[in-house]
Design a protein around this ligand. Structure first.
Ligand SMILES: Cc1cc2nc3c(=O)[nH]c(=O)nc-3n(C[C@H](O)[C@H](O)[C@H](O)COP(=O)(O)O)c2cc1C
Length: 385
């Protein structure tokens, strides 16, 4: 590697970063969007082709009502994500709940969302059986956390289908960051810089490639460290979003002291801010001063950094120890551990919304979806009834 005797001047800071592209399908043109995610068990005689047929017919109907989403099937279990105009989503949910082809419909999460997660899929069927290829397999009776991971996997698949070259770009970039001399480092393509989700996807894939390369002995520890430092520098030079002035919610991102790198924590902070969260990033957090660092953060969720590249197993252990301490000291508060094993970085805003909008809205009572649909379609008429 060639070292220069004089530092080169830094390139000018990019103007106008974090412009959300049309590809994120903002809600402005569509009105507010609503999302329901549920789990159910299929009738015993239903097989994979039956579910495929259900999804195909559903997709045709959903196109008419501007509903998008994904239907996953494995172990006799269904997970479905429906997003679109609230009246349409609640109406179809009423029909789905009555459908005798499955039972035990249990809503995992329901609420307003800022953008569609599956804009290209009218109702994509994915096989999430035991040996399911790129999708996280479905567990029998998945809890909310397990279901969230399956949906995260489906979302990554959706975005990879949209940008198949993204993975090659990331793998090539990882190699350059680890090995190329300073003067031949390539710039990060504009399309990754303008869109927070795409940027996070790139960082995630670079980190995954580096971690895997280290495990396969293709990269040394030094090369991986150099690459992550350079990656952070490129992202910092490209610009970072500030805390939103009118935040829709808050979150704390916490990196325990002595953690090996901060890539995931920085990226997560940026992603959540660009999704409208006010984020307090507490870097190098120590248990002894944690209470004062968390003062004024209310009851908002805390995400603990757990190591994105994954070459230092102590990162995950420190995160687990800090989570135990926080759960004991702040009972009832949502404490989530990030890092490589938590799933893709790009999914954090959706993952957080999924968790915070979780649970049966009125515990123990069946949901009257047709009434909710009527309310969403015409609140004045529905209330007058
Ligand atoms: C697991 C499962 C998922 C379904 N998903 C959808 C869907 O996304 N959109 C849809 O229109 N129908 C879906 N259906 C079919 C509906 O339950 C229902 O049969 C269809 O909407 C017609 O309803 P109707 O007979 O009340 O008009 C699904 C059915 C099952 C069993």
């Amino acid at each position: 590697m060639g070292f220069r005797t004089r530092p080169r001047p830094l390139p000018p800071r990019a103007e106008k970063t974090w412009v959300r592209k049309d590809e994120l399908q903002r809600t402005d043109a569509e009105g507010r969007l609503f999302r329901i995610a549920y789990a159910s068990r299929t009738r015993d005689d239903l097989r994979l082709p039956d579910l495929q047929a259900i999804a195909e017919q559903a997709a045709a109907r959903n196109r008419q009502s501007r509903i998008t989403g994904v239907l996953l099937f494995g172990q006799g279990q269904v997970l479905q994500w429906l997003e679109g105009p609230a009246a349409a989503v609640c109406a179809v949910m009423g029909a789905i709940q009555r459908d005798p082809r499955h039972q035990g419909v249990s809503v995992l999460s329901a609420g307003w969302i800022d953008a569609r997660r599956f804009p290209d899929w009218s109702m994509q069927f994915l096989d999430a059986g035991e040996r399911a290829g790129s999708v996280v397999p479905l567990a029998v009776s998945p809890d909310r956390g397990a279901a969230a991971r399956v949906f995260d996997g489906a979302a990554v698949r959706h975005w990879a289908d949209r940008d198949p070259e993204g993975i090659c770009t990331a793998q090539g970039l990882a190699a350059h960051l680890a090995r190329s001399p300073e003067e031949s480092l390539p710039p990060i393509p504009e399309r990754f810089l303008g869109c927070p989700r795409a940027r996070a996807g790139l960082v995630d894939e670079v980190c995954r490639t580096l971690g895997q390369g280290w495990m396969d002995s293709r990269y040394s520890g030094f090369e991986v460290t150099l690459a992550t430092v350079r990656l952070n520098r490129l992202m910092l030079l490209a610009g970072r979003p500030a805390d939103p002035r009118e935040a829709r919610a808050s979150a704390v991102v916490l990196a325990p002291d002595r953690c090996s790198e901060l890539t995931g924590a920085l990226m997560k902070t940026d992603l959540l801010r660009s999704a409208g969260y006010s984020v307090r990033l507490i870097a190098w957090a120590r248990v002894t001063s944690l209470r004062s660092s968390l003062r004024g953060t209310g009851n908002c969720p805390i995400i603990i950094y757990g190591g994105r590249v994954g070459i230092d197993s102590r990162d995950a252990k420190r995160a687990a120890a800090m989570a135990d301490w926080l759960r004991a000291d702040y009972p009832g508060r949502t404490i989530l551990i990030g890092g490589r094993s938590a799933g893709p970085l790009s999914e954090w805003p959706d993952r957080l919304a999924f968790h915070s909008q979780g649970g049966h809205p009125v515990a123990g009572k069946p949901i009257d979806w047709p009434a909710l649909s009527a309310l969403a379609a015409d609140p004045v008429a529905a209330l007058a009834r």
